[in-house]
Design a protein around this ligand. Sequence first.
Ligand code: NAD
Length: 284
Amino acid sequence: MPARILDGKALAQGVTGELRERIAARIAAGRAAPGLAALLVGDDAASQVYVRNKRRTADGIGMRSLAFDLPASASESELLALIGRLNGDPSVNGILVQLPLPAQISTARVIEAIDPAKDVDGFHPYNVGRLVLRMPTLRPCTPYGCMQLLAKTGEDLAGMHAVVIGQSNIIGRPMALELLIARCTVTICHTATRDLPGLVRQADLVVAAVGRAQLVQGDWIKDGAIVIDVGINRGADGRLVGDVDFQAARERASWITPVPGGVGPMTIAMLLANTLRAAEMQDR
Ligand code: NAD
């Protein structure tokens, strides 16, 4: 029987609908709408689309999105000065800096400059450290969204062998930490991994976060495994495809996320959930 589809678009609509109600109640109680500052440096086409979607979705649920678009030539000190101003502005509850940044700007320095209480992407070492220590507060959005999708399966993840492909700071590593908190046995694979197909074949749960179209073949998937495809790639015909050969993997998996319409919409939903949470924490 082909795998059941984990519909991220529908789940994200449910999450944002609930956030909209909570924001309306907050405003009715006399509090300000949560403010989300979205910073974009340069004119990378994909980044422009991502930021536009984040701003539009935030406004659509009653938040106040503030757009800061800097030229590709912007200096690191300009960006750091802007972040410093936003850190000190009480009407701004969340700050996101769209990645990647131009080469003249240090991503690490920029992320560390954001007030951890406003770090709604969950990338600051403070927030990643809290995840390491099993005290998550503002959690990295994509892995957080993947965990919501996994909860939707109704399966008990404890004891599953989870194989995460990719070890980036924003996806692979925090994903592995989330799965460890869920009591999976976790293997992290990367470019130096030997026998990737052999490891994936042992997985009860596979998370692919690489950025290589259809790297994961259908016959690598163990019968009944859960497959979460984080990758977003352009296929040869220009269409969006994930890191997994969806059609073939679907024949073996029990649950699978589509691309598009799987993890992507959940990432934005969790960003907005983090922004409301940040605003609530700053109320106190
Ligand atoms: P990245 O380039 O920073 O990391 C990719 C990782 O894959 C690296 O750790 C690398 O070691 C590993 N890798 C590369 N080739 C490999 C191979 N052949 N075998 C095993 N491991 C290999 O990328 P990222 O920022 O983590 O993003 C990964 C993918 O997720 C990209 O396609 C990106 O577009 C997508 N993405 C999706 C969302 C979403 O919301 N769905 C959000 C962000 C990124």
